[in-house]
Design a protein around this ligand. Structure first.
Ligand code: G5P
Ligand code: MG
Length: 224
């Protein structure tokens, strides 16, 4: 585990099912970063059955984005709660307006962009199983749980997400194209975007790992 000598703030982006959750889990194994997933935060609110949760559920189940003001408020308050720690933000920002709201509060060091073709994604999502309380993800073909249907760590049952049906996946990809792709341009123009392309997480991961190693070693040297 590499110890970071200054606060490091990163964002991980990519279309639905591109492997953001999977890659984030690998990153937080090697580096002391807090992983914050917008989708996990939203699903936590839905499980709590609050009034806000009902609104969130209707957006998510239709494959639509949650309104920017609601989303930015939720995430920024969770980031504030993390205080002075390094973090990896997964699934936020997803619109230029969210990126601007984030920028007003924090400066982002790096944006990791997973560029995975849409055809690859559709099949993955219909065979995904999730441990909802922790956000741990499995896949029947790619990384199956040790015991079918049960979480490796807690032994609790796994569930399929309500928004992983073929029709909803199509709508999520559409929202990604129209609303989220412009965010890539936003970060490219700021010089912080790093794109990793491929169809398999195991082939993309070594490149992400090598990039982060270089980036964080050089930040540590600047501090020292
Ligand atoms: P989420 O929860 O952020 P998405 O759609 O962005 O949802 P998702 O579906 O969570 O992203 P991921 O994290 O990119 O995908 O991918 P993953 O879970 O790691 O991998 C997907 C599957 O593929 C898993 O089963 C994994 O095991 C498998 N897999 C990984 N790599 C490989 C591989 O190499 N090969 C194979 N065969 N399989 C592999 O957001 C959900 C909703 O919340 C709202 C929106 O409504 C959104 O649709 N929302 C927001 N709304 C507004 N603003 C925001 N900022 C919002 N954030 C969330
Ligand atoms: Mg995810």
């Amino acid at each position: 585990m590499m110890i970071l000598q200054r606060i490091f703030r990163a964002v991980i982006m990519g279309p639905p099912g591109s492997g953001k959750g999977t890659v984030s889990a690998r990153i937080t194994k090697s580096y002391e970063l807090q992983h914050l997933s917008s989708g996990d935060i939203l699903r936590g609110n839905i499980n709590a059955k609050t009034e806000l949760g009902l609104l969130l559920k209707s957006c998510i189940d239709q494959g639509q984005l949650v309104p920017d003001d609601v989303m930015s408020r939720l995430i920024l308050s969770d980031l504030r709660a993390l205080g002075r720690s390094s973090w990896l933000l997964d699934g936020f920002p997803r619109t230029v307006s969210q990126a601007e709201a984030l920028d007003d509060a924090y400066s982002v060091d790096t944006v990791i962009n997973l560029n995975v073709p849409f055809q690859t994604i559709k099949q993955r999502l219909t065979s995904r199983w999730t441990h909802l309380p922790s956000g741990r993800v499995y896949n029947i073909d790619f990384n199956p749980p040790k015991v079918p249907g049960l979480d490796d760590v807690t032994g609790e049952p796994l569930a399929q997400r309500d928004d992983d049906t073929p029709d909803t996946v199509t709508r999520r990809l559409k929202s990604y194209e129209t609303q989220t792709e412009p965010v890539l341009e936003y970060y490219r123009s700021k010089g912080v975007l790093e794109t990793f392309s491929g169809t398999e997480t195991n082939k993309i991961w070594p490149h992400v790992e090598a990039f982060l190693h270089r980036k964080l070693s050089s930040l540590n040297q600047k501090v020292a």
